[in-house]
Design a protein around this ligand. Structure first.
Ligand code: RUQ
Ligand code: CUA
Length: 651
């Protein structure tokens, strides 16, 4: 049933599908039961993979709390459909309403999750987004030029000085002539590591600089912390620099690399003016919480450092067999890299790395000038016989590490000091990432572990050819991992971040203050509602409050008009959004938060009466919250007329 070809010797690790596993905790039901009206202890933010979004779950219940739209249009609340949010999805390629999101990353202060922002990568059209965890809205998206496949991204340095991203698909730099034969790969293709600076107060991002690196495939990253604060580590595979049939051609070498970058040094070089300015076109989209409107700016340049010209900036550590995940222990001393095809998990020592650098303990050079450190010199040791297909590791803060094994479909717990495997538990099936609250930070909260599985096969009621992906929750408070719960997820979760709920709860915005709404289309009182024609453009300034939309009778719209309906929600109370939809509009609804203004663009294509209504069941008289447009022919003389209730108003 498990559709993996397992070598016979490894089959011992595989588990029997369809049976309730023996590791199911006898108290599992109690431990995940959150009584009605009670809150979960932890928020888990899981990427949606090819959904392009993030989903927030409560842990331990596994209840889905919200889908936060990031890179994909979301008809549920009009994100990417409303005029205010469309600019968020602008790129140098134009409007790109979808992406593939893999790695949520919480902002960090002193290496601890601070609960302020959540970053996530767009893998396909390279972008990094920042979600504000006070509003659960995407506040900013920055495109990354010069790269293809922003997979090793976004990972925060210890104080969120930077979020970094690296290229999965090397390619010619944007400004070089990209019209080259693909087999000129080794000569013309490049990798680029992006350093995006994050403002301490506001979270505002800007692309500070990029390092030009060899054309490998870069897979994942984690920044150092504590003693390794100045460094960031990336895995790379395809050091063979193959450009076709990577399945075979990129698995030739026995070892690929972990790339260690001294970002402090890179920053210094940039501050000393050593960067080279190059043209680069990329979109920078910012959502304002005052105007409730996004703007998109196309930037036109960046600074680069060619790493071959600056000794001491980058070192390579050999790592067996196409490494995927790279994770740094809470103390910052050990770097765990997982070779997808390796039979061991190598654990590197940061101190030994510095030592080897000092002693020039090299095992050759990449591109003639970037040192490869000797494997034995930088290795703390190897976790032996962990299972097959190690991918990702998180930490519990009690001295243990937990690694997912994709091929043998299990989670393996091992001790950091002696690298001994102490426990293993099957996962159903083929786990990718895993997450422990605070598990990649300096101070893990521990307690729970969530494994995210790529394949579920027979675990759930079937849903046609596409079956759900899923998460599995473990209790990790004891010596043995105890399975508590399976729950399906939105899209395909890759990485996740989890954080004690109180760190998020304390910052929650309950509604937007109407008096602070500076949208130029805001209507702050019902008496100011109006309809304004300007040539073929009609702006409708509408208000929503329980339980009517004002105005609710609108005439004088003509076929061929561009109608913009700007709805301001006048409520000043928690949890009272109003929706807005019109029959036949080629658009999603709007879902307007209290105090917010959102605009829907509508081009009626025929004459008639068009009902509109509130889509969110907001009060006992929600079904009364409706109105009508009258659309006349393009050459008609029907005057603009709008009203509500018994006192029609004519302009
Ligand atoms: S990945 S399943 Cu896109 Cu982070 Cu490893
Ligand atoms: Cu407002 Cu329903």
């Amino acid at each position: 049933m498990l559709a993996m070809a397992l070598p016979a010797s490894m089959a011992i690790y595989s588990c029997k599908p369809g049976k309730i596993s023996s590791n199911l905790d006898a108290d599992a039901a109690q431990k995940v039961y959150i009584a009605p009206g009670k809150y979960d202890e932890v928020y888990a933010f899981m990427s949606g993979g090819f959904s392009g979004q993030i989903a927030a779950y409560g842990i331990p219940s596994g209840r889905l709390l919200k889908v936060i739209p990031v890179f994909s249009q979301n008809p549920e609340n009009g994100y990417g459909y409303s005029e205010e949010t469309k600019p968020m999805l602008n790129t140098s390629h134009g409007f790109v309403p979808w992406d593939d999101s893999h790695h949520p990353e919480l902002s960090k202060t002193n290496g601890e999750d601070d609960g302020r922002w959540l970053f996530i990568n767009g893998n396909n059209t390279p972008r990094i987004a920042r979600v504000n965890l006070a509003t659960f809205k995407t506040d900013e998206i920055i495109e990354l030029p010069n790269i293809g496949g922003n997979h090793a991204s976004p990972f925060c340095t210890e104080n969120t000085e930077y979020v970094v991203g690296n290229t999965r698909f090397s390619e010619p730099l944007d400004n070089d002539n990209g019209d080259v034969p693909i087999d000129s790969y080794k000569k013309t293709f490049k990798g680029a590591v992006s350093f995006v600076k994050v403002d301490k107060e506001t979270g505002a991002m800007n692309l500070a600089f990029q390092l030009i690196v060899p054309p490998f495939n870069y897979d994942l990253a984690h920044a150092g912390k504590g003693i390794s604060h100045d460094w960031v580590f990336f895995t790379c595979y395809n050091t063979e620099q193959a450009h076709t049939l990577l399945e075979v051609n990129a698995s030739q070498r026995d070892k690929d690399f972990v790339m260690a970058i001294n970002w402090k040094k890179a920053e210094e070089l940039i501050n000393q003016g050593k960067g080279t300015k190059i043209p680069a076109k990329y979109a920078h989209n910012v959502y304002s919480e005052k105007t409730h409107t996004a703007t998109s700016t196309i930037e036109d340049g960046t600074q680069i450092l060619d790493i071959t010209k600056f000794p001491g900036l980058v070192y390579f550590m050999p790592c067996p067999k196409s490494p995927h995940g790279v994770d740094v222990t809470p103390d910052g001393e050990n770097i765990v890299a997982s070779g997808k095809l390796a039979a061991v998990i190598p654990v590197f020592s940061f101190k030994k790395m510095l030592d080897a650098i000092d002693k020039k303990d090299y095992d050759g050079m990449v591109d003639g000038s970037i040192p490869v450190l000797k494997y034995e010199s930088v290795l703390k040791g190897e976790v032996k016989k962990p299972g097959l297909g190690p991918l990702h590791t998180e930490f519990d803060g009690q001295g243990y590490a937990y690694t997912t094994m994709f091929v043998s479909s299990e989670v393996v717990k091992w001790k950091i000091d002696n690298l001994e495997v102490v426990d293993r538990s099957p996962a159903y099936y083929s786990p990718g990432h895993l997450v422990i609250p605070g598990g990649d930070s300096k101070k893990p909260f521990g307690k729970y572990l969530v494994v995210m599985n790529k394949i579920t096969k027979d675990r759930y009621l079937p849903t046609g050819p596409e079956l759900c992906q899923s998460a599995q929750l473990f209790d990790i408070t004891g010596n043995k991992m105890k399975l508590l719960l399976d729950f399906p997820t939105i899209g395909e979760p890759h990485y996740a971040q989890a954080i004690p709920a109180e760190k998020i709860l304390k910052n929650q915005v309950k509604f937007f203050k109407l008096e602070e709404n500076t949208s130029s289309f805001a209507t702050k009182a019902e008496k100011d509602a109006k309809v304004v024609r300007n040539g073929k453009k009609v702006d409708i300034y509408m208000t929503a409050i329980r339980s009517h939309l004002a105005p609710d009778n609108i005439e004088g719209i003509k076929v061929g008009d561009e109608v913009n309906i700007h709805v301001t929600n006048l409520e000043q109370d928690w949890d009272v959004p109003h929706g807005f939809a019109i029959k036949g509009a080629n658009n999603a609804e709007l879902l307007v938060m209290p105090g917010e203004t959102c605009s829907l663009k509508w081009s009626p294509d025929r004459t008639g009466i068009f009902p509109f209504y509130c889509t969110d069941f907001c009060s006992a008289l929600h079904q009364e919250m409706q109105g009508y447009f009258r659309v006349s022919s393009a050459d008609s003389n029907t005057p603009i007329k709008f009203s509500i209730g018994v006192n029609p108003v004519t302009q």
